[in-house]
Write a protein that binds this ligand. Structure first.
Ligand SMILES: [Fe+2]
Length: 382
C-alpha cells in the first residue's frame, strides 16, 4: 500500500485478534467501517451513541484495543464519550472522527478525552486502514512492554528473595564455620596443654634418676629458645626446639644411674654407654606423632659441625639447625652447672668454650646469636 509517498507494509500480521468499538450515529458510517474491516481479523462492534458505547465498554468480556467515535452525536459528543471511555480502557487507542476541521473540538478531544488520533471526514479509506493497523501494532507493543516490565518485576522479586535466602545461608554458614573454628582452637589449645604436660612428665622421669642434673633440661630449653628467637626462626621451629630441648636427655633413662651420678671421671666404656642416650631417645620418641621432627632433632644434639660429634658423626648442614642450637645450649648449661665429678665452671667459661670452637664444632651463626643473648642477659632467663 502506498500512503503519503511511503510504502507501508500492511501484510505484516498482528499477534492477537483485537476488539474494536466504533461509535457513530450514522449507520452509513458504521457500515462503511464494517465493510472496510471485513477482510481483517478483527472483532468489530458498532453502536449508535456514546451512552451505548459506554454501556458496551462496561459490560464487554473482551478488552478493546481500539475505540473509534464520531464527534458530533446527539446526547453525548465524542469528546464527552472519550472522557469516560479512557478510564474504562486506558490502554486502548482512541480515534476521533470529525465532520469538519473543528480545532477546538480536536484540542478538547486530546486534553479531555485522551484521544490519540483524529480523522476528518471524508477520509481516505486506505489511510484509515493503515492507521488502525499501526495503532493496533502500537497496542501490541505497549502490551508486550507491559508484560515484560511485569515479568522483570516478578523476576527481580524472585531474585531478591533468592538473594535473601542465599545471604541467610551464607550468614548461617559463616556462623557455623566461626563456631567450628572456635571449637578447633579450643581443641588445639587442649592438645597443646596435654602435649606440654606429657613432655614435662617425661622430662621429670629422667631427672628423678639423676638429681644432679635437675632443671638442666628446662634450662637448656630456655637458652635454646632464646637463641632461636634471636635468629628469627619461625614459631614452629621455636616450638620444636622447646619440646626437643626439654626431652633431649630422655635417652639417659637406659643409662644405669650409677654411671649418671658417678662422682669421678668416667671410663671409656661408661662414656660409650652414655653416648647411647641419643639413639635410645630416638627409639623412644620416633613413633610419637609430634607436630615437629622432635625425635630426629634429639638424635642429633651431640653431633658437631666438623663431624667430631656422635652418634653418627654428621657434619655441617647435615645436622638440623634445631639440633645445632640445642647442642650449644646444652654445652652452656652443662659447663655452667655443678656435676658430681667436677665443680661448676661458670657461664663465662662456657661462653669462652663456644667462642673458641665457633665455626669448628659449633655453628657460627648459632654462637653469634648466643653471644648476643648472653650480652643482654648473662643468665639466659626468658
Ligand atoms: Fe645429651
Amino acid at each position: 500500500m502506498h500512503v503519503a509517498g511511503k510504502d507501508i507494509e500492511l501484510s505484516k500480521s498482528l499477534k492477537y485478534k483485537h476488539s474494536i468499538l466504533i461509535v457513530d450515529d450514522e449507520d452509513s458510517i458504521l457500515n462503511a467501517f464494517k465493510r472496510m474491516l471485513a477482510d481483517e481479523e478483527y472483532d468489530v462492534h458498532t453502536v449508535n451513541n456514546g451512552l451505548e458505547g459506554l454501556y458496551n465498554l462496561r459490560t464487554t468480556k473482551n478488552p478493546y484495543s481500539l475505540i473509534i467515535s464520531d464527534q458530533r452525536m446527539p446526547e453525548m459528543s465524542g469528546v464527552q464519550f472519550f472522557a469516560q471511555a479512557k478510564d474504562l480502557f486506558p490502554d486502548a487507542v482512541r480515534i476521533l472522527l470529525t465532520g469538519y476541521a473543528d480545532s477546538g473540538a480536536i484540542i478538547d478531544a486530546i486534553n479531555k478525552g485522551g484521544v490519540h488520533l483524529y480523522f476528518t471526514k471524508p477520509w481516505r479509506e486506505e489511510e484509515v486502514l493503515l492507521h488502525i493497523k499501526q495503532s493496533l501494532s502500537k497496542v501490541e507493543i505497549l502490551a508486550e512492554n507491559k508484560r515484560l516490565i511485569e515479568l522483570i518485576k516478578t523476576k527481580n522479586k524472585e531474585l531478591m528473595e533468592l538473594n535473601k535466602t542465599l545471604e541467610k545461608k551464607a550468614h548461617d554458614r559463616t556462623n557455623d564455620l566461626l563456631a567450628q573454628t572456635e571449637k578447633l582452637k579450643d581443641s588445639y589449645k587442649r592438645s597443646q596443654l596435654i602435649l606440654d604436660g606429657i613432655v614435662k612428665t617425661l622430662s621429670k622421669i629422667v631427672e628423678t634418676r639423676d638429681p644432679y642434673t635437675s632443671g638442666h633440661e628446662d634450662q637448656v630449653a630456655k637458652i635454646a629458645c632464646r637463641i632461636a628467637k634471636e635468629m628469627k626462626l619461625t614459631e614452629d621451629q621455636v616450638s620444636s626446639i622447646h619440646i626437643a630441648a626439654t626431652l633431649h636427655d630422655i635417652g639417659k633413662i637406659s643409662v644405669p644411674s650409677e654411671i649418671l651420678t658417678k662422682p669421678s671421671i668416667l671410663s671409656n666404656l661408661e662414656r660409650e654407654i652414655i653416648k647411647t642416650h641419643c639413639k635410645v631417645a630416638n627409639d623412644i620418641l620416633v613413633n610419637i606423632e609430634f607436630p615437629y621432627p622432635v625425635a630426629e632433632i634429639i638424635y642429633q644434639h651431640h653431633e658437631r659441625m666438623d663431624g667430631s660429634g656422635y652418634p653418627r658423626g654428621l657434619k655441617g648442614e647435615d645436622i638440623a639447625l634445631e639440633a645445632r642450637i640445642i647442642g650449644v645450649a646444652d654445652v652452656i648449661d652443662a659447663m655452667a652447672s655443678y656435676r658430681p665429678y667436677r665443680p661448676a665452671l661458670g657461664v663465662d667459661a662456657a661462653i669462652e668454650e663456644i667462642v673458641k670452637f665457633r665455626g669448628v664444632t659449633y655453628d657460627s651463626s648459632v654462637v653469634d646469636a648466643c653471644l648476643k643473648v648472653y650480652k643482654q642477659d648473662a643468665y639466659f632467663q626468658v
